[in-house]
Write a protein that binds this ligand. Structure first.
Ligand code: FAD
Length: 321
């Protein structure tokens, strides 16, 4: 019988993994939006997140601005960007080109997504990939071809997961089968769609683990601080917040009150997800830093210090809890 491994003999080595922190940003649509975004980026940078993710328009509608933003983040900040990439409407050849371009500028993380189907109900272009799973397999093939170039860091591939049924899916069970298939095709981690009831995340985690999904499933949480954002969320993700939260936001007298309500609800949600074993928190920022920073201040995440300096945050007046 072989002796126990040194790692098994020291179980504390693998205990208490630090909680990951990340933010979602989207590429700016105008010069003014770019200026606001860069203020946000500089503010978020002070919190030393583990990565930031950069969204991508379905069919590559904003390909150049997305790639340019990732390039600038790599060159001009200490942030580590991961690139969202959608496959709907694109052929494997086109996508292999984009993946190569992302790797060439230094990106080492890709969130592999299908993207939303065209709104006009038209069929995706012939020969285009159908599912996120196909994109994962393509990314792994490109990676294999470049393995010698990637000695200093392979590609981390993430995928989407759904605490409530994906609108096109027949059932939540089917969603779990799809998540398991994405893991088998090479996904390393998952980030969830927005949700507003912690039980939905807990249920996803339980069902996924029971089915054999072992990758980290990171809850994506969105500070809802305005009714305008709620409408946008319904349009984008088909997710409705709780009527109670909506009522409280609608009854608030001013923006500061709405910010306080949205931040409190997000902190409670994130804490409940962490209590259920969430390995990190991914904050949907809408390219605004104030609510994200308020949430972070109140969360008190057990995080490692990665050159974090919160000078600009400390100077800001804090919300009462
Ligand atoms: P898939 O996993 O391919 O699933 C799509 C549908 O097909 C589901 O109904 C699923 O059940 C079904 N399905 C999947 N595989 C199979 C199979 N093998 N057989 C049968 N049915 C199958 N959209 C953007 O356009 N840009 C972004 O940057 C972006 N970022 C996102 C980030 C996160 C964290 C999340 C959660 C979503 C994001 N989206 C983004 C939205 C996403 O593109 C949509 O939710 C899209 O409708 C589904 O994408 P998916 O990757 O989950 O697709």
């Amino acid at each position: 019988m072989s002796p126990p491994s040194l790692i098994d003999a020291h179980p504390n080595l693998t205990d208490a993994a630090p909680v990951a922190l990340s933010y979602e940003l989207f590429p700016p649509r105008s010069a003014a939006a770019a200026e606001t975004l860069w203020t946000t980026i500089r503010e978020l940078e002070t919190t030393a997140p583990d990565y930031v993710s950069v969204t991508y328009g379905a069919s590559g509608s904003n390909r150049d601005t997305a790639v340019e933003l990732i390039h600038r983040l790599l060159l001009e900040t200490t942030l580590r960007p991961i690139a969202h990439l959608t496959c709907v409407g694109n052929t494997p050849q086109e996508l292999a080109g984009i993946i190569g371009e992302l790797l060439d500028i230094g990106a080492r993380g890709i969130l592999a997504l299908r993207g939303d189907q065209p709104k006009d109900g038209g069929q995706p272009a012939e020969g285009s990939l159908r599912y996120a799973q196909d994109l994962i397999e393509l990314i792994r093939r490109v990676e294999q071809r470049r393995s010698a170039l990637l000695c200093a860091g392979k590609i981390a591939v993430g995928v989407a997961a759904y605490p409530t049924r994906h609108p096109e899916s027949p059932s939540e069970e089917h969603d779990i089968e799809v998540l398991l298939a994405k893991q088998r095709s090479g996904a390393d981690f998952a980030i969830t769609q927005v949700f507003f009831d912690a039980e939905q995340y807990v249920s996803l985690l339980t069902r996924a683990r029971r089915a054999g999904v072992t990758i980290p499933i990171i809850p994506g949480v969105m500070p809802l601080t305005s009714l305008r954002r709620v409408t946008r969320l319904g349009e984008l993700a088909g997710v409705e917040p709780s009527p109670d939260l909506l009522e409280r936001l609608a009854a608030a007298d001013n923006d500061i009150e709405r910010l306080r309500i949205g931040v409190r609800a997000t902190v409670d949600l994130a804490n409940a997800a962490l209590d259920a074993g969430a390995p990190g928190i991914h904050l949907y920022t809408f390219n605004e830093h104030q609510s994200a920073l308020e949430v972070l201040d109140k969360l008190a995440l057990p995080r490692h210090q990665r050159a974090a300096s919160r000078h600009s945050v400390a100077a800001r007046p804090q919300l009462a809890s």
